[in-house]
Design a protein around this ligand. Structure first.
Ligand code: DX5
Ligand code: ZN
Length: 219
């Protein structure tokens, strides 16, 4: 049997005038999580949404909230993200001076912990914490915007991370974020991805629920 692939649609591509309806669509759909991109205009050249939006969506969305922090000093917001309803909090390795401590604090706050890597950041940046995290997020675009083209070398990065993880007893999930669509998803799954984030491909589709289903089954 094929391994189950988790789908985490990215709210960044949703219609912000109807986050309630979009959350209901996610509830009805085969999505496993809802991906929420927090940006601060410093770590990335864009500003998206923050804690009040996570809190509001949490009152409607029944799926676990997969919070991707594209901010400097994410360690300052751990308690607030947990209180707002985050189930998983992913921080960028590039933004954390004391990454190991930050991972411990995310766990102490009752959330799963993820570490993200930008396209130019080598896998070695997460090697020492692989046994401590629940998830590694490989960015397959430069973070900050939805709708960008997939960086093709990301597939090989996923493959190499899969090899590193398969040697371990504790195996964090591999999540991929950026340019995931019907064409790139099968390649990423073949390379060893466990979780696919998808923004514009899902929310820009005529039938987002069918698109989520197709990503999950890769028909
Ligand atoms: C980009 C964000 C992504 C974004 C993905 O910085 O981290 O989650 O929403 O959007 P697509 O799937 O359109 O590349
Ligand atoms: Zn993201």
């Amino acid at each position: 049997m094929n391994k189950e692939i988790l789908i985490s649609p990215s709210l960044l591509s949703a219609d912000f005038t109807q986050l309630g309806e979009d959350s209901e669509m996610i509830n009805r759909s085969a999505a496993d999580w809802l991906h929420m991109d927090v940006m601060d205009g410093v770590f990335v050249p864009n500003i998206s949404f923050g804690l009040p939006v996570i809190k509001a969506v949490h009152t409607v969305c029944q799926k676990p909230l997969d919070v991707h922090m594209m901010t400097v000093h994410p360690e300052n917001y751990i308690r607030q993200v947990a209180d707002a309803g985050g189930a998983l909090m992913t921080v960028h390795a590039e933004a954390c001076t004391h990454l190991h401590r930050t991972i411990q604090e995310i766990h102490s706050a009752g959330m799963k912990a993820g570490v993200a890597l930008n396209p130019a950041t080598p896998l070695a940046m997460v090697e020492e914490v692989l046994s401590d995290v629940d998830l590694v997020l490989i960015m397959s675009v430069n973070p900050g915007f939805s709708g960008q083209s997939f960086i093709t070398s990301s597939t090989d990065k996923v493959r190499r991370l899969r090899q590193m993880i398969d040697r371990l007893e504790h195996r964090p999930l591999i999540e991929v974020d950026g340019g995931v669509n019907g064409k790139t998803a099968p390649m990423l799954v073949a390379a060893g991805a466990d979780v696919l984030v998808s923004g514009s491909y899902v929310f820009g589709a005529e039938d987002p629920e069918a698109t989520i289903r197709s990503l999950k089954s890769r028909d």
